[in-house]
Design a protein around this ligand. Structure first.
Ligand code: AKG
Length: 247
């Protein structure tokens, strides 16, 4: 057998028909570089190995009150949740205005970053918590994204009832053509992007335990994304989007 005769992995999701789409396997970073009209993605299905990914799931949920493996997070009121002391991550549940109503955000969040790198999204402003060892370790994905990040937004989807609505990461603090790197742990969820002009043009990709997705180029200006509800998903998923705020 020829030493270089190996099959490159197939991209595990479909791209729309039409011009402007291409896929290339990146052997160095073990993922697919996907070019789409007005945007670029890097998708590495198994970027983090299982041992590290499993450790992240426990690291993010360990606390002094409940056995995180069996905890019924959804059953807790906002007040009960706020009294749990997590060992490593300062989780919170914000409130948002939706159709005139003030409701709890349908996921838990936390914001970490360099001092002064505060961030406002959906009307919620967050001052950064200080980097800890675990997040500093994960920040090494910078090598793959070829950019130094100075902050990370963490989203904890307790089960398939939690979701994030259509939006783009286009806040002015992120600058033009921001690079956003998304690390994923726990339950697999669909991440869907759709074209802002023709909303019927969509790409649905599974973000799995250990998947890394990097979005770059003009993507945030021409496409928006969402993680829709998936009622059959019973397990938690934790997503980290590393970002660069300011210069
Ligand atoms: O959970 C995800 O994969 C997406 C998170 C996201 O879109 C965001 O934090 O802006």
């Amino acid at each position: 057998m020829d030493l270089f005769d190996f099959e490159e992995p197939v991209l595990p999701f479909e791209l729309p028909d039409g011009n402007g789409y291409s896929v290339r396997w990146n052997e160095d970073h073990q993922g697919h570089h996907v070019v789409i009209p007005n945007g670029e993605l890097f998708y590495a299905e198994h970027y983090f190995n299982k041992k590290l990914s499993d450790r992240c799931v426990s690291y993010f949920q360990e606390n002094g009150s409940l056995d995180w493996r069996n905890a019924q997070w959804r059953e807790l009121s906002v007040g009960e949740f706020s009294r749990i002391e997590f060992a490593n991550i300062k989780w919170k549940q914000d409130r948002i205005k939706l159709y005139g109503k003030d409701i709890p955000l349908p996921r838990l969040t936390s914001w970490y970053g360099d001092a002064g790198k505060s961030y406002t999204y959906s009307g919620i402003s967050s001052n950064p918590n200080e980097w800890n060892d675990g997040l500093r370790y994960l920040k090494k994905i910078e090598q793959c994204a070829e950019l130094e990040f100075n902050s990370v937004l963490m989203n904890w989807y307790r089960d398939g009832e939690d979701y994030i609505n259509w939006h783009a990461d286009n806040e002015k603090e992120l600058g033009r053509n921001p690079v956003v790197a998304s690390a994923n742990f726990g339950a697999t969820r669909d991440f869907v992007i759709r074209n802002k002009v023709d909303r019927s043009v969509k790409i649905k990709m599974p973000l799995k335990h250990g998947t890394l997705l990097v979005m770059r180029g003009e993507l945030q200006h021409f496409w928006e994304h969402a993680v829709p509800k998936r009622k059959k998903v019973m397990q938690s998923r934790i997503n980290l989007t590393f970002r660069r705020i300011g210069l």
